[in-house]
Design a binder for this molecule. Structure first.
Ligand SMILES: Cc1cc2nc3c(=O)[nH]c(=O)nc-3n(C[C@H](O)[C@H](O)[C@H](O)COP(=O)(O)OP(=O)(O)OC[C@H]3O[C@@H](n4cnc5c(N)ncnc54)[C@H](O)[C@@H]3O)c2cc1C
Length: 593
């Protein structure tokens, strides 16, 4: 932030801030008399590019790949002054399609780079020294304690952990290397493989730098703009401003032990016996979560595959065997389950990066080639159709693209639910009765995610602080989490991995008791609703018209009749087979013994 060019841009931003967004009842779209000429766009944003719809794939007519904060400020000022819709794009992974719109400007922030390690952090009015794309990462001598990482908002999990590896540090991020850390992931909740040990993504952030709707760069930490800082840790991406930089915790990397388990029913056609087994496994697993263990599983009507991991100085294959195998062997003798076909493969790694590389790959698009089956096997068994790779962003270091809407559904569940007598039958009812249907269990709660919720300093959906399991329903179709919602009505859903057409009572489903206060913070920092995503805080402000034009809505955030969020007019649906990349299609093992 020290360069003369940036200071000049900031000064012009302050001047521009006095020009308010027009109070017009509708936004301007291409073809309107008020739509600026191309030369005006280019004058304000010299690097801007035009975009055309691709087949049935709609996109805004202009796109800016920002690499500096000054460009972000210019994009915000231009769209505000000209009453034009603005979409923020980072990794493009949003399942709900909130990174894209049929009109206006796409502001891509994945080019905001630069990182610096700090050995300590104290919240201050001016924030930490800023980074830009020329800031080369320093290394810290290997240390036992926690450090902090300041980075441009365009980095993803894989890039950050690769940068941290020489200092033997790690940071939390999605279990998919290409998801951005300071975008929708870190601003909504952010669950990670090691969440049970270190908390959610929102628990990692100690400072954000954000350009708000007035075009002004603001520091948000516990000392400065604390209300904005609170809102940015749970209120969701694309809502309060454009985050350009984050400072987050970096934890010392320790050994990792993992195990993969596959199990199926004795009779391949038996589509009942797996549920009592799975329910028992999940009920037992909560105790391991409180020790810091995490797991992902995929449950099919006749089989289950589990992938569990634990990071600590004592983590080893032997530790995993001792902890896990006796219980698994015991419960795999349950009725209808074939313990002879249980495959149990423990592995160990010297540090988190070695584990991450093997499981999720160290290069864009690469799975964990060394994995004995599991994710890689499923992906190989069901290669993504060509349309998918075309729509998926090209990966690290490159400009990203919106990947399209995915019709999954999900619900958060606590210990009480996982230990309920009804759990096995609820699981069975929840299994999507659709082609490719399976339940993707994410054991990313418990442990620190619960403890850090005491006097919660974040605005994350309070149900996260009781969550042990985030259960996702996958299918080639539109699965429904209704049986889970009816079973656990007081919990809620993760807005990033939810049904795209939103749930009834969406405000409490995604934000719980925090919604009214989040709506106030939204009004304070974005009074004319420049930033609009749905579902999102303050989504009631606009209604999308068929031509992509947003018009002021009569609804208000306190209107109890606003049971459903305004419909998103992004109609770019991903190929339904995209779930093969995230979950699995048919279970590969058929027992013939
Ligand atoms: C394959 C896959 C794996 C996933 N794994 C996980 C997981 O392990 N854990 C988990 O919690 N989630 C996971 N997710 C869901 C993920 O949290 C969401 O897709 C999330 O919205 C991605 O945020 P993004 O910024 O990377 O993506 P984008 O789609 O680019 O952005 C998402 C939203 O955030 C806004 N946004 C992005 N950057 C900024 C910014 N700098 N400032 C303000 N707003 C911004 C966008 O406008 C949009 O509304 C996964 C998704 C996929 C597709």
């Amino acid at each position: 932030m020290k360069s003369a060019a940036l200071l000049a841009a900031l000064a012009s931003a302050v001047a521009a801030a006095s020009i308010a967004r027009s109070d017009a009842s509708c936004l301007t779209v291409s073809g309107d008399a008020a739509w600026p000429a191309k030369s005006e766009w280019q004058k304000a944003m010299p690097e801007i590019e035009t975009q055309k719809p691709k087949e049935s794939w709609t996109q805004p007519p202009y796109r800016l790949d920002a690499t500096t904060v000054a460009e972000v400020i210019a994009a915000i000022n231009f769209t505000r002054q000209h009453n034009i819709r603005l979409s923020i794009l980072n990794s493009g992974h949003d399942f709900v399609g909130r990174n894209d719109a049929p009109t206006g400007l796409t502001l891509s922030v994945s080019g905001l780079k630069g990182a610096r390690l700090l050995s300590s952090f104290t919240p201050a009015k001016d924030g930490v020294p800023s980074v830009d794309s020329k800031t080369a990462l320093n290394t810290l001598p290997t240390q036992k304690g926690q450090a902090y990482l300041t980075f441009g908002a365009g980095y993803n999990t894989r890039e950050l952990n690769s940068l941290l590896a020489p200092s033997n540090l790690l940071t939390l991020g999605a279990a998919h290397g290409s998801v951005s850390v300071a975008g929708g992931w870190g601003q909504t909740a952010g669950h990670a493989p090691l969440s049970a040990k270190y908390g959610l993504g929102v628990d990692q952030v100690v400072e954000y730098k954000v350009v708000t709707a007035d075009g002004v760069l603001k520091v948000a930490n516990e000392a400065t703009n604390p209300d904005l800082f609170w809102a940015l840790r749970g209120g969701g991406g694309g809502t309060f401003g454009v985050v350009v930089e984050a400072t987050i915790k970096a934890h010392p990397s320790q050994k990792v032990a993992m195990t993969q388990i596959w199990i199926n029913t004795t009779d391949y056609n038996d589509q009942s016996s797996i549920y009592p087994f799975a329910a028992k496994f999940m009920s037992e697993f909560t105790a391991w979560q409180d020790k810091g263990m995490g797991a992902y599983y995929w449950l099919y009507p006749n089989a289950m595959s589990i992938f569990a991991f634990y990071s600590n100085d004592d983590a080893s294959k032997d530790w995993m065997n001792e902890q896990f195998k006796p219980t698994m062997t015991k419960i795999s003798k349950m009725k209808g389950i074939n313990s002879k076909t249980m495959v149990f493969v423990p592995l160990e790694f010297p540090n988190f990066w070695a584990f991450f590389k093997q499981v999720w790959g160290d290069m864009p698009g690469k799975g964990g080639e060394g994995m004995p089956g599991g994710m890689t096997a499923r992906m190989t068994a069901s290669p993504a159709p060509p349309t998918l790779s075309r729509r998926h962003g090209p990966g690290d270091g490159a400009a990203t693209a919106a990947r399209g809407i995915v019709y999954l559904d999900s619900w958060l569940l606590g210990k009480k639910e996982l230990q309920s007598d009804k759990w096995a039958s609820v699981l069975k009812a929840a299994m999507p009765n659709l082609p490719g249907g399976n339940l993707g269990g994410q054991f990313i709660g418990g442990g620190e995610t619960i403890k850090l919720g005491n006097n919660d300093p974040t605005s994350v959906l309070p149900a996260w602080r009781q969550t042990y399991l985030h259960l996702i329903l996958y299918a080639y179709g539109k699965p429904s989490s209704l049986p889970l919602r009816q079973f656990a009505p007081d919990m809620g859903a993760y807005a990033n991995e939810a049904y795209p057409r939103t749930h009834q009572n969406w405000q409490t489903t995604y934000w719980g008791k925090h919604y009214p206060k989040l709506a106030e913070v939204k009004k304070k920092y974005d009074p004319t609703s420049l930033f609009w995503v749905t579902p999102g805080i303050g989504a009631e402000a606009w209604t999308a018209q068929p031509d992509g034009r947003l018009c002021r809505s009569e609804r208000s955030s306190t209107n109890a009749t606003a049971a459903f969020a305004p419909l998103n007019d992004n109609k770019n649906d991903a190929d339904p087979h995209v779930i093969d990349e995230i979950a699995g299609s048919a279970f590969p093992i058929k027992y013939s013994g």
